[in-house]
Design a protein around this ligand. Structure first.
Ligand SMILES: Cc1cc2nc3c(=O)[nH]c(=O)nc-3n(C[C@H](O)[C@H](O)[C@H](O)COP(=O)(O)OP(=O)(O)OC[C@H]3O[C@@H](n4cnc5c(N)ncnc54)[C@H](O)[C@@H]3O)c2cc1C
Ligand SMILES: *[C@@H]1O[C@H](CO)[C@@H](O)[C@H](O)[C@H]1NC(C)=O
Ligand SMILES: *[C@@H]1O[C@H](CO)[C@@H](O)[C@H](O)[C@H]1NC(C)=O
Ligand SMILES: *[C@@H]1O[C@H](CO)[C@@H](O)[C@H](O)[C@H]1NC(C)=O
Ligand SMILES: *[C@@H]1O[C@H](CO)[C@@H](O)[C@H](O)[C@H]1NC(C)=O
Ligand SMILES: *[C@@H]1O[C@H](CO)[C@@H](O)[C@H](O)[C@H]1NC(C)=O
Ligand SMILES: *[C@@H]1O[C@H](CO)[C@@H](O)[C@H](O)[C@H]1NC(C)=O
Length: 525
């Protein structure tokens, strides 16, 4: 209570002096709230045929807030292929981030691994709450340009309301960890200013952002937004894999009327929507295009752009092995320029004899402009992940931005703030001990920086696209040419919002739900 008051006062000041738009009120740290478990069911315990007003495919980052919102006035079924969190305790802990990603994928783990055609290994959430349960927790709103570029017809007052609803429930102002404050100072020294203090807004300079980890290290993912739903209208099926969408056609139009999903015993269930209801795809940037393709949509209504325009923001980084122990820290700060975003993480990896402490500093290329595509590897089995390519750096702008970010990392290494993290202070910027590749030494050797960008590229896990606005869905996110089939997740984006996308995805779920409720009111009246 006291803490949030202080935060509110601080923000009020920030908003006066920097003319920021909103005064945010944040959540109060507390135990994870599992109240939603009263309406979560193992799919094996659900009937083989049912009817709802809305069916949401995927209980993920956008799907959970959407379901909670619609349940205020409609019956809602959420169908999630993954499990509940209790089966994966590390998901609920900040320090579990690296553990989850390193865990071997046994087909059931919360992080499903995949490798793109580019040869870059990647991950997607396979658990109730989706990728918000395996991510690094950083929370930051979209830039103004995003709304203009997205092609979605936004009502900006509703956008603000939707963000605030999310923030009231699961977003915290982090207690700044040592390593995070060191890099924040280094960024300011290296010219990524001004210091914008704590803010959820996208502003050039260096800031502390929000987090879905509270200061006891507990993760409050999108799943906890389900607690704000109406329990009597809400049902969530887990271990429920949607295999296809069911369509009905008459002489004038084609509509989505339901889905087929399978439970963990391999039994097939049918779920239909009532007249005026909708099937909403929130299966993520891989899952939503995959399901549209699997449902034979290209046969009934040719849609050549499904699975096209798949984007992934490159992550290029250096890893410093600090000379003395360092606290663990997840993403809390970010340096924002027009060319790149810089974020950092300190973590432990198992090693002989005990473990290594690593300090990773990474740059993200905004956008990006390069893109690839998604292709089914199996045209009947949804469990076989599609092939996906992202074609990193095929657009010269992406390469130029990476290059610019890498030069900034080199500047960071020259700062006084990072000096204590050198192993040998008498050997210039090379006094650092690196884990993996170090940056090219010659600042003016453009070719070796470009080679560095290409050869060390990893994912920031912000992949998006496949059901783009204007290509597959319209400005109100409905699949073009088909009734009652909105897509509400990262597959609709042609651009990764803000420094990190989860804030905007959670907002989007709430936002679309509020729009539907408003339309309901208009219809009744
Ligand atoms: C390792 C990692 C770190 C990240 N770090 C951050 C960060 O710090 N900050 C940030 O803002 N963003 C971060 N991100 C990105 C962010 O988490 C994602 O962009 C976002 O969660 C995607 O939301 P979504 O709703 O589009 O999809 P998801 O949240 O992935 O939801 C899709 C859901 O659909 C389910 N599903 C898919 N197919 C089916 C099917 N056939 N049947 C039933 N269910 C299905 C999935 O299991 C999943 O639960 C990170 C991502 C990862 C993977
Ligand atoms: C769901 O039910 C099936 C069949 O009863 C069982 O095998 C499975 O373990 C259950 N899963 C969970 C998560 O309870
Ligand atoms: C998908 O990738 C696999 C290898 O990972 C390859 O054998 C297969 O031909 C690819 N399929 C398509 C449709 O690209
Ligand atoms: C430290 O760097 C200097 C200059 O490069 C070098 O001469 C010296 O041997 C290094 N010392 C250690 C302990 O590596
Ligand atoms: C640095 O790279 C530039 C461009 O390739 C080259 O002209 C210059 O000689 C290099 N400097 C050193 C010290 O190698
Ligand atoms: C190297 O890149 C910088 C920054 O993009 C540019 O200003 C410079 O002209 C480039 N140098 C060469 C030799 O291409
Ligand atoms: C819910 O629906 C009823 C009629 O079915 C309508 O009168 C009411 O305004 C709706 N409420 C909300 C919050 O949309």
């Amino acid at each position: 209570m006291e803490k949030s008051t202080i935060a509110a006062i601080l923000l009020l000041h920030l908003s006066i002096f920097q003319s920021q738009s909103a005064v945010h009120s944040l959540a109060t740290p507390s135990d994870n709230d599992f109240s939603y478990m009263e309406f979560v069911f193992n799919a094996t315990d659900l009937p083989l045929e049912e009817e709802y007003d809305y069916i949401i495919v995927g209980g993920g980052t956008a799907g959970c807030p959407l379901a909670a919102t619609l349940s205020a006035n409609y019956s809602v079924l959420v169908v999630e292929r993954g499990s509940i969190l209790i089966e994966y305790p590390s998901v609920l802990r900040e320090e579990g981030f690296v553990t989850n990603l390193m865990q071997e994928d046994d087909g059931k783990t919360a992080a499903q691994k995949f490798t793109s055609d580019d040869g870059v290994s990647n991950a997607r959430g396979r658990v109730l709450g989706g990728s918000s349960m395996i991510n690094a927790g950083f929370y930051s709103r979209a830039e103004k340009e995003f709304y203009a570029q997205s092609g979605i017809e936004w009502d900006m007052a509703l956008v603000d309301k939707a963000y605030s609803w999310v923030e009231d429930t699961i977003v915290f102002q982090p207690k700044l960890e040592t390593w995070q404050s060191v890099v924040k100072e280094a960024l300011l020294e290296a010219g990524v200013g001004p210091d914008n203090g704590f803010s959820l807004d996208h502003i050039k300079g260096t800031k502390v952002g929000g987090s879905i980890f509270d200061d006891h290290g507990r993760r409050h993912g999108a799943v906890e937004l389900l607690n704000r739903g109406e329990p009597k209208n809400l049902r969530v099926a887990v271990h429920a894999t949607v295999e296809s969408i069911i369509f009905s056609s008459n002489s004038i139009s084609l509509s989505a009327i339901g889905i087929i999903y399978s439970d963990s015993n391999g039994k097939t269930h049918w779920a239909n929507v009532h007249n005026k209801g909708e099937v909403i795809l929130s299966a993520g940037a891989i899952g939503s295009p995959q399901l549209l393709l699997l449902s034979g949509i290209s046969v009934i209504h040719p849609q050549p752009n499904i699975g096209q325009f798949m984007y992934d923001n490159p992550r290029n980084f250096i890893i410093i092995l600090p000379p003395s122990p360092l606290d663990l820290s997840s993403l809390q700060i970010v340096g924002i320029t027009s060319d790149f975003y810089i974020e950092t993480l300190s973590y432990h990896v198992p090693a002989n004899p005990k473990y290594l402490i690593l300090a990773n500093i990474a740059a993200k290329v905004p956008g990006p402009l390069s893109y690839g595509s998604l292709r089914l590897q199996s045209s009947f089995d949804v469990k076989i992940i599609p092939n996906v390519s992202f074609n990193y750096f095929t657009h010269p702008m992406d390469l130029a931005r990476c290059f610019s970010g890498m030069r900034k990392l080199r500047d960071l290494l020259k700062t006084d703030s990072l000096e204590p993290f050198k192993t040998n202070s008498s050997s210039g910027t090379e006094g650092f001990k690196f884990y993996g590749p170090s940056l090219p030494v010659n600042q003016t050797d453009n070719a070796s920086f470009e080679t560095f960008c290409r050869s060390t590229v990893a994912t920031f896990w912000h992949y998006h696209g496949g059901c783009l606005v204007g290509k597959v869905v319209d400005g109100r996110l409905r699949v073009m040419g088909i009734n009652a089939l909105p897509v509400v997740d990262g597959s609709t984006f042609n651009f990764s919002p803000g420094t990190n996308p989860q804030a905007t995805l959670m907002m989007l779920g709430r936002y679309v739900g509020l729009e539907v409720l408003q339309e309901g009111e208009v219809c009744e009246g």
